[in-house]
Design a protein around this ligand. Sequence first.
Ligand code: ZN
Length: 244
Amino acid sequence: MNRILLLSDIHANLAALEAVLLDAARTSGFNEVWTLGDTVGYGPRPNECLDRLRELAALSVTGNHELAAIGSISLDDFNPYARAAAEWTAGVLTNESKTYIDSLPDRREIRDFTLVHGSPRSPIWEYVTDPDVAVATAGYLNTPHCLNGHTHVPAAIPAAQDPESSWWAEHGEVVEIGAGRWFVNPGSVGQPRDGDSRASYAVLDKGAMSATFFRVKYPIDETQHQMEAVGLPDILVKRLAAGR
Ligand code: ZN
């Protein structure tokens, strides 16, 4: 088997992460897990999600929410709700979790892929939202393709002018990435923002050089109850059900 489970923006949503792991094992199978940052922040189970990734020996990069949680970046760039959640996360992270976060690079290159949270030009903050941004930031790649998260919207964006096609990826969609240069974003496991509340992930097939996108339902109310129990902002609780 030559399949990589691609995850991003888990955001401390353990119920969503477990649903994705189960669904991916059943539907396509995988022998590696790569994650693209923001495993913590917003959600109620940051340590448990980090532990799960370590158990899976996931190859990971850091995101803005990891850096906020260990005090490496200022919270001034966060909206009030993200900031409240980041402060709560910082207070509950175990020393083991902090050490692990501290060890994460903001960029990795492996085989044909560069892994970043944002973009190769600005690994922590830049949103790759369309082919114009992809073209502009592609010059910072040393590999054919980029794997990125941060937008919370699944997409396969070509680094080429391509006004015809829609690059947002839907459940079941298979994108061939053998030719050209692609920015593949698996969407968000724990806080999707494209109007679909189901957890989002992708599977890379290295043999076929394709990316397949998936959505899976998870018990949203379980995560919402956990958030309420620890006093995370109500707006963050509600948005999970809206998928926005
Ligand atoms: Zn995020």
